[in-house]
Ligand binder design. Structure first.
Ligand code: SF4
Length: 280
C-alpha cells in the first residue's frame, strides 16, 4: 500500500489567506464592480475561481470605473501606483501582505540612511518592482554571477524577495563580501517560505514521487519544485488534479505532496484525493 504524505508546512500562507478573505469579502459586499490590480496571487486556478465570483484582474487603472472597488494585490505596489489607484475615485483596499509592507519600510530606512539598496530577487517580479518603488535607486540582483557586473557603491544595504531560497541569498552575500566597504543585510525572507522549503526538502528525501502543487507562474512554488527535484528524481509540478497520470505512481511506496504559499488547502486536498485514487 502506497503511503501518501503531505509536507508539515504546505500551501496558502498567512498573507495569501488574508488577501483571499479580503477579496471574497469585497465581492460579497461591494455594490459596483470588484477588480484586482493584476492577478491577486500567482495562481491561475485561484484567479479563475475569483472571476467566477465576479472579481476580475485588470492590468491598468484606465479600465477602472469610479464606483468600482480595487484590491491591491498580495505582492504590493509602488507608492505611485497606490496614489494613482486612489485618484481614480474607486474604493481602494490594500491586500498587500503585512510582511511585504515590512520590506517596503526596510528599503525606505536603508535609502534614508544613505545605503545603495540592493534587492536580491527576480527582476520584473511584481513584489520586487513594488519594493524598488519605495527607494530612489534600487538595484536588483538575481544570482551571485550578476554581482560581478554590478555597479556597486561603498555602502550597500540588502533586502530579499520574501519567497527567495536562502541558498541564493547566501551565494549573493558571499559574492558581495570584499567588494564593498559596508554590507548590511536585512533578512526579509518570509518564515512561511522557509518553513515550506525545509518541510519539502525533508519529505522529498524519503518520497519516491513528489507532487508540487501550485501556479507555474508562482516563484515560491517553482523554488519548491527545484528543491524537490534535487532530492527526488520523480518530482512533478502540477496545478490541477486532472494533470495527474497513473504511470507516475507505478511501484511507488511513498508519495509526498507539497504546495506553494499561493495554493489554497482545497487544491491540495483535491490532489491528495486523486493520488489516492490512482494508487488504489
Ligand atoms: S509568503 Fe510570506 S511574505 Fe509572501 S504573502 Fe505569504 S506570508 Fe506574505
Amino acid at each position: 500500500m502506497t503511503k501518501i504524505l503531505v509536507a508539515e508546512h504546505a500551501g496558502a500562507c498567512f498573507g495569501v489567506e488574508r488577501a483571499l478573505r479580503m477579496t471574497e469579502d469585497a465581492a460579497r459586499k461591494a455594490k459596483g464592480p470588484v477588480h484586482t490590480l493584476g492577478p491577486l496571487i500567482h495562481n491561475h486556478r485561484v484567479v479563475s475561481e475569483l472571476r467566477a465570483q465576479g472579481v476580475t484582474a485588470i492590468e491598468g487603472l484606465d479600465e477602472v470605473e469610479p464606483h468600482a472597488t480595487i484590491l491591491l494585490r498580495t505582492h504590493g505596489v509602488t507608492p505611485w501606483v497606490e496614489t494613482q489607484a486612489k485618484e481614480t475615485g474607486a474604493h481602494v483596499i490594500d491586500a498587500t501582505c503585512p510582511f511585504i509592507k515590512r520590506v517596503h519600510k526596510a528599503v525606505e530606512r536603508l535609502d534614508a540612511a544613505g545605503y545603495q539598496v540592493i534587492v536580491i530577487g527576480e527582476a520584473g517580479h511584481p513584489e520586487v518592482e513594488g519594493t524598488c518603488g519605495h527607494t530612489h535607486t534600487a538595484l536588483v540582483i538575481g544570482s551571485a554571477t550578476e554581482v560581478a557586473h554590478a555597479r556597486l557603491g561603498k555602502r550597500v544595504g540588502l533586502v530579499v524577495q520574501t519567497t527567495l531560497s536562502r541558498r541564493v541569498v547566501r551565494e549573493v552575500v558571499d559574492a558581495l563580501v570584499g567588494r564593498v566597504d559596508e554590507l548590511r543585510l536585512i533578512d526579509t525572507v518570509c518564515e512561511a517560505t522557509r518553513d515550506r522549503q525545509l518541510a519539502a526538502a525533508e519529505l522529498a528525501e524519503k518520497a519516491d514521487v513528489m507532487m508540487v502543487v501550485g501556479g507555474r507562474n508562482s516563484a515560491n512554488t517553482c523554488h519548491l519544485a527545484q528543491i524537490c527535484e534535487e532530492r527526488c528524481a520523480s518530482t512533478y509540478h502540477v496545478e490541477h488534479e486532472d494533470e495527474l497520470v497513473a504511470e507516475w505512481f507505478a511501484g511507488a511506496s511513498c508519495v509526498g505532496i507539497t504546495a506553494g504559499a499561493s495554493t489554497p488547502a482545497a487544491h491540495i486536498e483535491a490532489i491528495q484525493r486523486r493520488v489516492e485514487e490512482l494508487c488504489a
